[in-house]
Design a protein around this ligand. Structure first.
Ligand SMILES: Nc1nc2c(ncn2[C@@H]2O[C@H](COP(=O)(O)OP(=O)(O)OP(=O)(O)O)[C@@H](O)[C@H]2O)c(=O)[nH]1
Length: 381
């Protein structure tokens, strides 16, 4: 979507249809980049805050001609220095802007520019030697920009390998940064900077939304997302509460890390619920499924399906350090790998007129309690 937006902006700009907006667009980076720094800091996305600050500094210096002839004279060094910074940013973590790490970051920025200056100096200083020993293919132009191509390749692989919004933003930054130097006529600087600031702001806000509404361990929607959905529920719906049986004993037997692995796998089965059910991690080893527009009897088949899929699922343990087994879990050996299985109990209740969501949920919790009492591994209404 971001790419489509950029392409459309570029198209419009070339068509001259946006020329009336030119004055506004030229001012936008002055507003959007500082706003981006403030938002990124607020949500602890220091890499994007640094990048926005870097772009703002470049934009202010360029548009006000503060760098004078330095900018043209050292254009390649600035291009390469910026490229090194972005590549490095694709591999580090967000650590806050005003923390001891910021000193390391500042040093890294200086080192990036020093490396860019050093590389280009080496190429000029030893040009005759390099021309003599390297194949013709690696002429001075290729040699000069070789680290740039390498960095773009590395960041592209990184963004594909560890696909997240921040890495994608860094890759787009690098692409626009490079285009700005190699083909400046393609896109006015103010448009690139406006696009980048918008991408950063969108990235920070979307990332933070997912952080607030997704459970980190299982990837399921969180309890906060559940109460958000409740606001849009009509009068007819059912609430199911699901709880892993004897999970405390499972943890005691196999350790907390294995418990986490199992929680993830159980969550993936619960997420696959059919019948329009929406799954949430309520907390700990408890999950909730909401069936909008369904009474409890029509959810039973779908819940039974989920219960069976978990019961039949042989979970292969990755952890070799295992203690003795307990009654709580059934384990068997598959070749050398150890497999275990867990069961879940489910209680379901449908919303009744005049009832709040919390009251319906309480009744589904009581149904869950009955399922546990009756021997677990079953669904109760
Ligand atoms: N590994 C892991 N364990 C968790 C997590 N959240 C909660 N637990 C554990 O889940 C267990 C819940 O135990 P209980 O509420 O006593 O219930 P139970 O052992 O499942 O027994 P029944 O519900 O009666 O079948 C506790 O030992 C918690 O430590 C988590 O995120 N990871």
């Amino acid at each position: 979507m971001i790419a489509i937006g950029l392409a459309l902006t570029l198209f419009q700009f070339n068509q001259g249809q946006l020329q009336v907006w030119q004055g506004v667009i030229e001012q936008l980076p002055y507003w959007l980049l500082p706003a981006c720094i403030a938002i990124a800091l607020q949500f602890n996305r220091s890499r994007l805050a640094y990048l926005a600050a870097f772009m703002l500094a470049y934009f202010v210096c360029t548009t006000n001609d503060w760098l004078g002839t330095i900018e043209q004279e050292y254009a390649e060094q600035i291009l390469l220095g910026g490229t090194f910074i972005m590549t490095w940013f694709a591999f580090i973590k967000d650590r806050g802007l005003l923390s001891p790490h910021s000193l390391v970051r500042l040093m890294g920025i200086i080192v990036s520019f020093a490396a860019a200056f050093g590389w280009l100096w080496l190429n000029t200083e030893f040009k005759p030697l390099l021309d003599q020993y390297l194949p013709e293919l690696f002429n001075v132009d290729v040699r000069t920009l070789a680290p740039l191509y390498l960095c773009i390749f590395i960041v592209a692989i990184r963004a594909a390998w560890q696909a997240n919004l921040v890495n994608t933003s860094i890759f787009i930054s690098l692409a626009l940064w490079t285009a700005q130097f190699i083909r400046p006529e393609t896109l006015p600087l103010a448009v690139s900077m406006t696009a980048l600031a918008s991408i950063y702001i969108l990235t920070v806000l979307t990332d933070s939304y997912f952080l607030a509404y997704r459970d980190e361990l299982t990837g399921l929607a969180s309890r906060r997302a559940l109460f958000n959905l409740v606001l849009s529920l009509g009068r007819k719906y059912s609430v199911a509460m699901l709880d892993i049986d004897h999970f405390k004993k499972f943890n005691d037997t196999y350790g907390h890390d294995v418990g986490d692995q199992v929680l993830k796998l159980v969550a993936s089965k619960i997420a696959g619920v059919r019948g329009g059910g929406r799954a949430f991690r309520y907390g700990g080893e408890e999950f909730t499924i909401i069936f909008p527009r369904k009474d409890s009897s029509s959810t039973l088949d779908y819940l039974e399906e989920v219960r069976e899929s978990i019961e039949e699922y042989d979970i292969v343990l990755r952890d070799e350090k295992r203690k003795s087994q307990s009654k709580a879990t059934r384990g068997k050996t598959q070749g050398k790998a150890k497999t275990v299985s867990v069961t879940i109990s489910i209680g379901v209740a449908e919303h009744q007129n005049g009832e709040t969501f919390e009251q319906t949920m309480k009744r589904s919790d009581q149904a869950l309690y009955r399922a546990k009492k009756k021997g677990r591994n079953q669904v109760c209404v």
